[in-house]
Design a protein around this ligand. Structure first.
Ligand code: SF4
Length: 228
């Protein structure tokens, strides 16, 4: 069965042409710069929340934001968080195995699961981009398909670099402020997006490039300028 990741579904929405080049022709976008600082923040947050998962207690940032929940303890939590496995679901209408790896899951007193995503940022004003929302909604959808009781409320845990603190006067330590933003998900679009991704992957011809991306016109102009 063909697998499709959450990020590939996102690519199909961003630019059907790039998605088609990737899944139908095996031509992948060049990799971006590795987000090593983000990965380090993710790792540290996972460690912290795991301690509270074990103790069945809320993390202090959850208490500060008056979130009634604890990190969800489930035998499969590490599989769900692993990039190559994630939460999986066989979507029969498309015959695709849809998967995506969550950062964390919390559980409220009603027994509902709350999807949690960690975001590291150095920006002065953080933002919940549309793509962040879609990411959360696919995870909520995947959990629902696996017959879990899922809350529409999910959370973004932001770790924001505190530039005012500098490097701690010679200690070479960058401080981060931790805070949480709630997000109400609506995953009613997910099924249609999966079916559409399937349709694009089976197309014989390349779809049109995205109107918002300047690289295709750059590429076209570059070829024109260098062809004699
Ligand atoms: S428009 Fe941009 S995103 Fe789409 S195929 Fe061209 S380079 Fe890729």
């Amino acid at each position: 069965m063909q697998k499709i990741s959450r990020s590939k579904i996102e690519l199909s929405l961003e630019c059907p042409r790039c998605f088609w080049l990737d899944v139908a022709k095996g031509v992948k976008r060049p990799p971006g710069f590795p987000f090593t600082l983000n990965n380090a923040v993710d790792y540290l947050l996972k460690q912290e929340f795991d301690q509270h998962r074990e103790q069945k207690t809320p993390h202090p940032v959850m208490v500060t934001h008056m979130i009634e929940a604890v990190p969800f303890d489930h035998p499969e939590i590490n599989t769900w968080r692993h990039n190559f496995t994630g939460i999986q679901f066989h979507h029969k209408p498309s015959e695709l195995l849809v998967f995506g790896a969550v950062d964390d899951i919390w559980q409220n007193p009603k027994g509902e699961l709350m999807v949690v995503d960690y975001k590291a940022t150095g920006a002065q004003n953080h933002k919940i981009y549309d793509s962040y929302g879609r990411q959360m909604e696919i995870y909520q959808w995947l959990l629902e398909q696996n017959k879990h009781k899922v809350s529409k409320t999910g959370y973004f845990v932001f770790a924001k670099a505190n530039k005012a603190e500098g490097f701690g006067f010679g200690k070479a330590a960058l401080a981060f402020d931790l805070f949480v933003e709630a997000y109400t998900g609506d995953n009613s679009w997910v099924e249609a997006a999966i079916l559409n991704a399937k349709k694009i992957s089976e197309a014989d011809k390349a779809p049109d490039p995205s109107a918002e991306c300047e690289y295709c016109s750059y590429r076209k102009n570059a070829v024109k300028a260098t062809t004699v």
